[in-house]
Design a protein around this ligand. Structure first.
Ligand SMILES: [Zn+2]
Length: 162
């Protein structure tokens, strides 16, 4: 397996245009809220003792500094072997459910793998927290998927790429 992980933090800039009826400022807030909730109630139950989500390090105006979680699936060219991926996706799912974060942006660029084979989920701009969608578009999207369907979708995307 050849996955390069930079240990340094990285600064995330948010896209400026509206997405699903949300402003960039609202999406930044959703991401901050999600990461803080996950940090507070985090438990890794898959046996890897991994960090499956980025840690929020700083907030500066329209930018946040978060930990680097490795490479996204779209950037990994080699065939990779990952320890118990089903358990890892279940662990991610359990954390999201515990924190009541419905993750509505499942795609290969948002799934990362580090050099230890830890799977993580990044990019929390398109989410519904605590069953309270902040736009009508998010409300519609939220209705389409259950927590379990999101987990299955993430796992399917992962399988296609590995
Ligand atoms: Zn875990």
């Amino acid at each position: 397996m050849r996955v390069i992980q930079k240990n340094n933090n990285y600064i995330k800039k948010h896209r400026k245009f509206p997405i699903l009826g949300t402003t960039p400022e609202q999406r930044l807030q959703l991401e901050i809220d999600s990461l803080l909730l996950l940090q507070k109630q985090y438990k890794c139950t898959c046996g890897k003792n991994a960090k499956h989500f980025p840690e929020l390090k700083a907030v500066n105006f329209n930018k946040i500094t978060i930990t680097n979680q490795g490479l996204s699936l779209n950037l990994i060219k080699d065939k990779i072997e990952i320890y118990e991926p089903i358990k890892q996706f279940e662990c991610i799912h359990e954390n999201l459910k515990r924190c009541k974060i419905k993750y509505l942006d499942p795609k290969w660029t948002n799934i990362c793998i580090n050099e230890s084979g830890d799977i993580s989920l990044i990019d929390f701009e398109i989410v519904v927290i605590n069953n309270e969608p902040i736009s009508l578009e998010l409300k519609e999207l939220d209705k389409k998927y259950t927590y379990s369907e999101i987990r299955n979708k993430l796992y399917k995307i992962f399988l296609k790429r590995t």
